[in-house]
Each structure stands twice: as structure tokens, then as C-alpha cells.
Design a protein around this ligand. Structure first.
Ligand code: FAD
Ligand code: NAI
Length: 472
């Protein structure tokens, strides 16, 4: 029998967008129901994305650091990988954070429900749980149903050797050889994890460079490192077929300008982008507009084409990042609760958590050139940073793009350890409308990597003393 339930605000999806929206709306006095089809709260980011991947990347980085130490007089024996222990460690971090979210929902009296939600109309959804079905009658709704891995045509169906990021993070085994299809963020992050744990990793990328959204110069040090860690990096190449063999290996045909190569791998990881989870929601029953790619259309208040229904996070489009989802979630919760709020960030940072990390925010040189946006830049090579030398990170670099007229920061790109932390200063500078002097004249502590941000501004201003730049 279908039960019925009335609620002020229902949130579909408990990822970083959904739970932030639910909690903010509850803090603003709404009676909130948070629904997820998964047993655990936290969405992709916590359960099969950001957190487990970064837990494994940390291990990969430490393994690599021990190799460097052995070159400078401190030797360790070859690491012994106890895969069960590594998997348990990663799972423990996830489950601790799962309980944290559950606890935060409880103290706020946000009700949670497990089940698959689909729209019946613009104020009703059906939630199908394992043993029961509930009809929810709502005043307002926030859709935060996220995204899932895209696949390429012609892959063997449900084959245990064909991995997505979700199954790759399950860490069932360390395959002797792994082909990563797609050299974007997931490809390089998980490729580096598996390479550090002992797989011979190859990457095939359709475009001429890895992480095509970032400026080439800040990807270069990572690409150089991956060249040493991976068996091969095949650029401007595409997979034309993947066939399963009786021994569970996969034979893959890869095409590039020279012709077609056939290779066999123990496993293949498909990381060619993500698609919105719009399909299962039956949004057409609520007359919610979606675009050609299936993303839900929203305005800057996160409102869909139905005034009482909002949408946030991956399901509304790029960038598909947890922090973007969270900000949008808060905006939706505030607007839905009658408060003034708008999603209008000047910059959303992107970080690739490999070793070295690659981070950028605001304007990139790629975009500036494509859209003919005038800019000037200040760059500081980490070879001149004491802290970078200490950390074996002299390949790193910090660059800032400035508006040639106002000298305000338009964008920044950083490569090196902790680039993801360092980029926060750039994001703040862009939000605050800071110019080159604001940054160059801010006293930064020494010796830190943070200094390189001020140094890039000083290079631009011509006041840098740690480098010799002859005056023009
Ligand atoms: P999601 O986190 O996708 O959550 C959506 C939730 O909705 C899921 O729990 C799902 O079960 C539920 N759901 C879907 N449909 C229904 C339905 N019909 N009924 C009920 N529930 C439903 N981003 C970063 O910023 N930093 C990172 O380091 C990072 N690393 C990543 C690593 C990997 C391997 C992957 C795959 C992604 C990573 N991301 C990272 C991206 C990040 O995970 C997403 O941008 C983020 O999770 C999106 O949040 P969301 O709230 O929109 O939805
Ligand atoms: P992506 O868009 O970053 O990269 C996909 C890559 O695959 C692209 O370089 C593309 O050119 C290539 N590609 C597409 N089709 C191909 C084909 N047939 N053959 C070979 N290459 C092909 O997507 P990815 O890595 O799957 O990640 C999805 C999203 O998840 C990211 O865009 C990001 O928003 C999010 N994410 C964020 C992380 C972070 O913030 N650190 C980490 C992981 C994921």
C-alpha cells in the first residue's frame, strides 16, 4: 500500500549539494525531508568520488615521496601493499563521514528516507523504497540527484574487467595492466593511484593533451611525471573496439593518425565524462525543462521552469564539482525559504589532486585566447622557491592573469604540491576584486609555497627580488 506524506520542502539526493540544501533550509525553519536511493547519505562525492579517491591519492603520494627520500639518503624497502587494509582504511574514512552527516541531519531534525524518487506532478513525488512506496506531497522541492559515469559504445556489458570510477574505487584487485580511457580528471587521478599500487597503466585520450580544460603549461609538469609513472600516454587517439577474452582480459583496438594498434589489458577504466541522472526522475511529469544533454535548466536563483522546484549540483551542468553543488544548494535553500540569495560566483576553482596537484580558477589562458579577452600575466617558477626546493617541487609554477587596465586578478593557475590549497587565495582575490599591488604588498610568510602567489604578482609589478628580470 502507498503511504502519503505532506512536507514543506523535499530534497532529492543527499550529495554535497543535497545535504547542504537540506541543512540550510532546516536552519531557516523549513520542515525538510531528504531522500536518497542509496542506503548511505553523502552522494557520489563522499561514497564513490572525492573522498575515497583522495584517500587513495594520499597513499600514492606518500609511496612516491619515499622513492625520492631514498635518493637523498633516507632509504625504505619496497612497499608491501596489503590491499584489504588499504580498502578498509578508505572505507573507514567514508563511513565516519557518513555517520557525521547522519548525525547532522538528526540534530537538525531533517527527516531522511531511502528510496528512488520520481515526479508524479509539480507537487508530488513517488518514493520507491526496498519494502514500501510513499507518495510525498510537497510545497517546494530541490532536485540534487547528481550524475553518473558516461560509457562509450561497444563495451562488453557488465564485464568485471570494465571499470568505472565507482568500481575502480572498490579496489577489488591491482590489475597487472590497466588501460584508462579518457585522460581527464578521473583518468589521471585514478591512473596515478593504480600506477602507485603497482599496475602498468596506459592512458588513451581523444584530444592532444591530458586534462584538456586546463592551460597546457600547468598540466606539463604532471604530464612529465605521469610519463615516468605510466607505461604509455596515447594522445590524439581513440578506442574503436573493446572485446572480452575468455581469460577475462580485454583486447582493445586504438586508433591514432599512424593507424590502428591492438593491445590486451587486464582491466579497462572508462573515464570519459559524466551524465546527469535526469532519466529516473521523470521530470516530464512535473513539466521541468531539460536541455539537449539532459541537464535541468535553472536560473541564477537555481529555479527550474517550475517556480516551486529548484535544481542544483551536477544535474544542472558543469563544472561538476562538489563545492559548486554545495554553494548552489545553499542558494536554492535560501531562495526557497524566502531569503535573498543568488548564485553569482566570479570564480569556481578546479583542482586535480594528483602529485603534483594542478589547480586553476577564473580566467584561463585557453579561454582568454579563444574569446579574445585581453590579459597580462605574472609567473613565478618554483625553481626559485626555497620551500619548493625542500619539497622536491621545483617543477611547480604559479601564474596570475591580470586585467591590463585595472591590474585586477582575472584568473590563476598553479601546479605543484598543495596547489589545491594555494588556489584559494586566488579565488578570494578574484571575489574581492584585488589587484596586483594588493597581492604583492600582502606580507606572506617565508618559507612557504603561499609566497609564490605574492611572488607572481611581484614579477608582474617588477618588484621581485628573488629573480633577476632585466627591465624592458
Ligand atoms: P551527487 O553527489 O551525485 O549525489 C546525488 C545523489 O542523488 C546520489 O546519492 C544518488 O544516489 C541520489 N539520487 C539520484 N537519483 C535519485 C533519485 N531518482 N531518487 C533518489 N535519489 C537519487 N568533485 C570535487 O569537487 N572534488 C573532487 O575531488 C572530486 N572527486 C571526484 C572523484 C570521482 C571519482 C568522481 C566520480 C567525482 C568527483 N568529484 C569531485 C565530483 C563530485 O563528486 C560531484 O560534483 C558531486 O558529488 C556532485 O554533487 P551533487 O550533490 O550534485 O550530486
Ligand atoms: P573529464 O571531462 O574530466 O575527462 C574526460 C576525458 O575523456 C576528456 O579529456 C575527453 O577528451 C576524453 N574522452 C572523451 N571521450 C573519449 C574517448 N572515446 N576516447 C578517449 N578519450 C575520450 O571527465 P571525467 O574524468 O570522467 O570526470 C568527470 C567529472 O567528474 C569531471 O569533469 C569533474 O567535474 C568531476 N571530477 C572532479 C574531480 C576533482 O575535482 N578533482 C575528480 C574527479 C572527477
Amino acid at each position: 500500500m502507498t503511504k502519503e506524506k505532506d512536507i514543506d520542502l523535499v530534497v532529492i539526493g543527499s550529495g554535497p549539494g543535497g545535504y547542504a540544501a537540506a541543512f540550510r533550509a532546516s536552519d531557516l525553519g523549513q520542515k525538510v525531508l531528504l531522500i536518497d536511493k542509496d542506503d548511505e547519505l553523502g552522494g557520489v562525492c563522499l561514497n564513490r568520488g572525492c573522498i575515497p579517491s583522495k584517500a587513495l591519492l594520499h597513499i600514492a603520494k606518500v609511496i612516491d615521496e619515499t622513492k625520492h627520500l631514498s635518493k637523498i639518503g633516507v632509504s625504505f624497502s619496497k612497499p608491501q601493499i596489503d590491499l584489504d587494509a588499504v580498502r578498509n582504511h578508505k572505507n573507514k574514512i567514508v563511513s565516519q563521514l557518513n555517520s557525521g552527516i547522519k548525525q547532522l541531519a538528526k540534530v537538525r531534525k531533517v527527516e531522511t528516507m531511502q528510496g528512488l524518487a520520481s515526479f508524479l506532478s509539480a507537487n508530488q513525488i513517488l518514493v520507491e523504497g526496498e519494502n514500501n512506496t510513499t507518495k510525498i506531497i510537497f510545497k517546494k522541492c530541490i532536485i540534487a540527484a547528481g550524475s553518473s559515469s558516461s560509457l562509450i559504445p561497444g563495451l562488453p556489458k557488465n564485464h568485471p574487467s570494465v571499470l568505472t570510477s565507482k568500481t575502480a574505487l572498490d579496489l577489488v584487485d591491482i590489475p597487472e595492466s590497466l588501460l584508462v580511457i579518457g585522460g581527464g580528471v578521473i583518468g589521471v587521478e585514478l591512473g596515478q593511484v593504480y600506477a602507485s599500487l603497482g599496475s602498468a597503466v596506459s592512458v588513451v585520450e581523444f584530444l592532444p593533451g591530458l586534462i584538456p580544460g586546463a592551460d597546457k603549461d600547468i598540466v606539463k609538469p604532471l604530464q612529465r611525471k605521469l610519463k615516468k609513472q605510466f607505461s604509455s600516454i596515447m594522445l590524439s587517439s581513440k578506442v574503436i573496439s573493446v572485446n572480452a577474452n575468455t581469460d577475462k582480459t580485454l583486447t582493445v583496438e586504438i586508433e591514432n593518425e599512424k593507424g590502428v594498434e591492438t593491445k590486451t589489458y587486464n582491466k579497462v577504466l572508462v573515464s570519459v565524462g559524466r551524465k546527469p541522472n535526469t532519466g529516473l526522475l521523470k521530470v516530464e511529469n512535473a513539466e521541468i525543462t531539460v536541455n539537449e544533454q539532459g541537464y535541468i535548466d535553472v536560473d541564477e536563483y537555481q529555479r527550474t521552469s517550475q517556480k516551486n522546484i529548484f535544481a542544483i549540483g551536477d544535474i544542472v551542468g558543469n563544472p561538476m564539482l562538489a563545492h559548486k553543488a554545495t554553494h548552489e544548494g545553499k542558494v536554492a535553500a535560501e531562495v526557497a525559504s524566502g531569503h535573498p540569495a543568488v548564485m553569482d560566483p566570479r570564480a569556481i576553482p578546479s583542482v586535480v589532486y594528483t602529485d603534483p596537484e594542478v589547480a586553476w580558477t577564473g580566467l584561463t589562458e585557453l579561454k582568454a585566447k579563444k574569446d579574445k579577452i585581453p590579459y597580462e600575466k605574472g609567473e613565478f617558477p618554483w625553481a626559485a622557491s626555497g620551500k619548493a626546493q625542500i619539497l622536491n617541487a621545483s617543477q611547480g609554477k604559479t601564474k596570475i592573469l591580470f586585467d591590463p587596465e585595472t591590474k585586477q586578478v582575472l584568473g590563476a593557475g598553479i601546479v605543484g604540491p598543495s596547489a589545491g590549497d594555494l588556489i584559494c587565495e586566488a579565488a578570494l582575490a578574484i571575489e574581492m576584486g584585488s589587484d596586483a599591488e594588493d597581492i604583492g604588498l600582502t606580507v606572506h610568510p617565508h618559507p612557504t609555497l603561499g609566497e609564490t602567489f605574492a611572488a607572481a604578482a611581484e614579477v608582474y609589478l617588477g618588484t621581485m627580488t628573488d629573480l633577476y628580470i632585466p627591465s624592458k
